[in-house]
Write a protein that binds this ligand. Structure first.
Ligand code: ADP
Ligand code: TRP
Length: 328
């Protein structure tokens, strides 16, 4: 099977990204699937950003992905803007994309309503570029978080439209890929209310230093009904407990849940246990990340090698596309 996915270099990767997307990427790669993963730096230009800090953010994201287990020898890991075919196909698809359908995109509505005076055309055509990212490589599956499902739906619509319009019936060019969601659909943030997100500043970063990690956990929202240490708590409505389910072995979860319900333990005790198990997963990622970041040129080389392999596939698709659409 061929797998493809992308993630924007717009800040530090957090637990939501890890369980919602990256964990699945690593799993698929290690199952031996043919994987293409890229850093969507062009998509990240649709919201205001500081150009001077972008190269550093790209390298940090690449190093974090590698530290999480993405191996550039096993997967094709690259930066979107280093493969010009993405923007080339994006134009062709934009001439097939229904305007009304783009207007209905939830992410566009949310982002444009959040900043009504800063709506640029790129934010509107964002899903078309995403469709191009995908279709160029003709993957079977695209592992993403649930919020990307609508964009993948449009991707299939555009594949279908292109095939219908330009290809012989028995030789469609594009595949309509399946969307693959992780079992963890949504990780909530430190506030225990909204999804963990860079935009809400309620996240735990994957490479956060140990002391910062503990500080964040210490203040994280728990069962809102439990006011005093002596009150019994309810793990079913406690966000910290939902994190235990991601990090702690089942017997630890059961022990902490029972202690919470009987008020034998307080929230801080429960958080200390969580910290131990969370840190057991994050410490090796953090360490590997720092080792990788000491050799930024090696990261650049790995990304350049990835881009070269990606261009091989993407340029071949574009050659066919230009013929099919009536180029000379
Ligand atoms: P952010 O909201 O922090 O900007 P992105 O939108 O860049 O995160 O998300 C990158 C990937 O991680 C997407 O596939 C998205 O669905 C997934 N993802 C992001 N936040 C979460 C979350 N809190 N829970 C589960 N998956 C998430
Ligand atoms: N829009 C995706 C996100 O915000 C990132 C992305 C860009 C992507 N192009 C893609 C994901 C292609 C999967 C396939 O998370």
């Amino acid at each position: 099977m061929r797998i493809l996915s992308g993630i924007q270099p717009s800040g530090q990767l957090h637990l939501g990204n890890y369980f919602g997307a990256i964990y699945n990427w690593v799993r698929l790669q290690n199952k031996g699937e043919e994987c293409f993963f890229f850093l969507a730096d062009l998509h990240a230009q649709t919201v205001p950003y500081e150009a001077a800090t972008r190269p550093g953010i790209i390298l940090e994201l690449a190093a974090t992905l590698m530290a999480c287990g993405i191996d550039p020898h096993k997967s094709v890991l690259f930066v979107q803007s280093q493969v010009p075919a993405h923007t080339q196909l994006s134009w062709i698809l934009s001439c097939l994309a229904p305007f009304g359908e783009l207007e209905r995109m939830v992410q566009f509505k949310e982002k444009s309503e959040a900043a009504p005076h800063a709506v640029n055309v790129g934010l509107f055509t964002y899903p078309i570029l995403q469709a191009a990212d995908v279709l160029l490589y003709r993957p079977d599956m695209v592992p993403v978080g649930i919020d990307q499902a609508q964009h993948l739906e449009l991707t299939r619509t555009l594949a279908h439209k292109f095939n219908n319009r330009f290809c012989p019936a028995d030789a469609p060019l594009f595949k309509e890929p399946k969307t693959l969601h992780s079992t963890t659909i949504k990780v909530l943030g430190l506030d225990g209310q909204r999804k963990m997100s860079k935009s809400f500043n309620n996240y735990i970063g994957l490479t956060e230093p140990e002391d910062v990690l503990w500080e964040k956990l210490r203040h994280a929202a728990t069962d809102p009904a439990r006011v005093k240490r002596t009150d019994p708590g309810n793990p079913d409505i406690c966000n910290v407990f939902s994190w235990h389910k991601l990090f702690s072995p089942i017997e630890v979860q059961e022990d902490r849940a029972a202690g919470c319900r009987s008020a034998a333990i307080g929230c801080i005790d429960c958080k200390k246990t969580l910290f131990t198990h969370m840190n057991a997963l994050l410490a090796p990622i953090r360490e590997k990340y720092h080792v990788l970041m000491q050799r930024p040129d090696d990261i650049r080389d790995a990304l350049e090698a990835g881009a070269k392999r990606a261009r091989g596939v993407a340029d071949a698709t574009m050659e066919t596309v230009y013929k099919l659409v009536g180029g000379l």
